[in-house]
Design a protein. Structure first.
Length: 501
């Protein structure tokens, strides 16, 4: 008489203890929270069954309708949700339709107070039978259909020898076999009281869930040390699957990208990359994932919501979580380093006043064009009477004139041409197509016909002298071409027009 209550009490205590252990293992994890709730629901299921076995029929009816049946439905709902999590259903294309399966048990629970919905009869305890109503048939249908869905989702992973899925399936089958044996033997012997043993079979499933969490979470996120490292590590940490979906992400990554953690979780890692950068990263990511090949310090430029570029260096290692492969990404923010590199590069290769290329860039580009082009045009330009402008209006105005002149040169050439400031008011242009020389010179002169407006509402007319040399006709080395173009520029300065053949 006392054996069954003791079994229920001990079993419920163990289930509540298991729920506490799992929940405290990783309070951030939806999976851990779900498994803990499953244990709590199983404990409530057994306590409801215990009350039914101890209470008089009238009170047992109330516990059966409003305690046991809703708890069973909620337990199955949570178990289905748990299977969804371990089989990654929520990241699938048709995840929405899987979520619709949660609706039937909720509807059935809401309709339980309707007379005749669950059972047609007064007494609902195990010792007497009542015919099922629509809700009773729906209950059996929901549990059977949920079992079929869970088996169908677990089977592909079982065939891949995924140990957590195999353990879940073992628990599920054990529970079903236990229930069938108890029900069939009770029907055959007429011992209806034996039906009260059915809820104890849920312990097989509970044990399977616990083992899958405790032994096969290869990255021990349930440990306090891991949580401390994850939260406070000076580098960013991200865990992604074979499709690039982010499953866990540390606060440091959120700081790097200036994005909330919730905006990162569940998204593809390449979402914040430009198209060209996406292709580069996808190629490396999927190829390395397939080969389980770690990579080191892959540099990628990400964009945050403000469209600001954030440069990250990413290294990877592979691990397993619940039998599935995942990639552990270790991330360094190198945005500051990239910005300093750009500043150094700009100082070395760009003119700080006009933002044109400088003499160093010109020398490199000229040598490159000599090697790769059959012909091109070299133009040397300077501003007429620039010293007088400096003397009369001051160096600030002189600088403004230089920037204005640089802008006119940039707008006069094509994207494949090259413009640089060598020094003072001396500029060069290299034209990819030497046949465009006359057109470009005329465009420059036309642009300069517009007066340059000074700060005190005065205007200034600017003019330029231009000399041209064609490679290889006028020379095959820089000194020869430069001398030819320079001579023609001074001739142009004397004559007031561009001299070239």
């Amino acid at each position: 008489m006392f054996v069954l209550p003791i079994l229920y009490i001990v079993s419920s205590f163990i289930l509540i203890s298991g729920a506490t252990v799992i929940y405290n293992g990783n309070r951030r994890s939806i999976k851990y929270k779900t498994f803990a709730l499953i244990f709590v629901a199983m404990a409530v299921w057994q306590q409801s069954a215990l009350l039914i076995s101890l209470l008089p029929p009238e009170q047992a009816n109330v516990v059966f309708i409003y305690g046991l049946i809703p708890t069973i439905l909620v337990t199955f709902l949570l178990l289905l949700h748990g299977v969804y999590l371990i089989t990654n259903v929520y990241s699938r294309k048709y995840a929405f339709y899987y979520k619709l399966l949660f609706i039937p048990p909720v509807i059935n629970i809401l309709l339980l107070p309707v007379d005749g919905w669950l059972y047609q009869g007064e007494v609902l305890v195990y010792s007497e039978h009542s015919l099922p109503g629509p809700g009773g048939f729906l209950n059996f249908g929901i549990m059977f259909f949920y079992l079929v869905i869970m088996i169908a989702l677990l089977m592909p992973k079982i065939l891949q020898k995924n140990r957590p899925s195999q353990i879940w399936m073992t628990g599920l089958v054990s529970f079903v076999l236990w229930s069938l044996v108890i029900v069939v033997s009770g029907e055959m012997t007429g011992d209806w009281d034996s039906f009260s043993l059915v809820p104890l079979g849920i312990n097989f499933w509970a044990f399977a869930v616990y083992i899958s969490v405790h032994q096969y979470d290869s990255l021990p996120s349930y440990e306090r040390r891991y949580n401390l490292l994850f939260e406070r590590a000076p580098i960013g940490i991200m865990i992604t699957d074979s499709k690039g979906t982010i499953h866990e992400v540390s606060p440091r990554v959120s700081d790097f990208l200036e994005l909330p953690l919730d905006d990162l979780l569940g998204q593809k890692i390449y979402k914040w990359l430009e198209n060209e950068e996406q292709e580069k990263m996808l190629s490396v990511y999927f190829d390395n994932f397939e080969k389980r090949k770690a990579f080191q310090n892959e540099e990628h430029s990400f964009y945050n919501e403000k469209r600001q570029i954030k440069w990250l260096a990413i290294s990877s290692e592979f691990t397993e979580m619940e039998g599935d492969p995942y990639q552990l990404l270790m991330i360094h923010d190198i945005t500051g380093t990239k910005q300093r590199e750009k500043q150094i590069h700009d100082l070395a290769y760009y003119d700080h006043l006009t933002n044109l290329y400088n003499r160093v860039s010109f020398n490199h580009t000229f040598e490159n064009w000599l090697k790769n082009k059959s012909t091109f045009a070299l133009l040397i330009l300077d501003l007429n009477s620039f010293k007088s402008i400096n003397d009369k209006y001051g160096h600030y105005t002189g600088d403004q004139v230089l920037m204005y002149f640089a802008e006119q040169l940039n707008t006069s050439v094509g994207p494949s041409d090259f413009v640089a400031r060598l020094s003072g008011d001396e500029f060069v242009i290299m034209l990819n197509d030497d046949k465009q020389t006359e057109y470009v010179i005329n465009k420059i002169r036309s642009n300069l016909k517009e007066p340059f407006e000074l700060a005190d509402n005065q205007s200034l007319l600017i003019s330029s002298s231009i000399g041209v040399a064609i490679y290889p006709r006028d020379g095959e080395v820089l000194d020869d071409l430069f001398k030819e173009a320079d001579d023609r520029m001074y001739e142009d300065k004397r004559d007031g027009k561009s001299i070239h053949d």
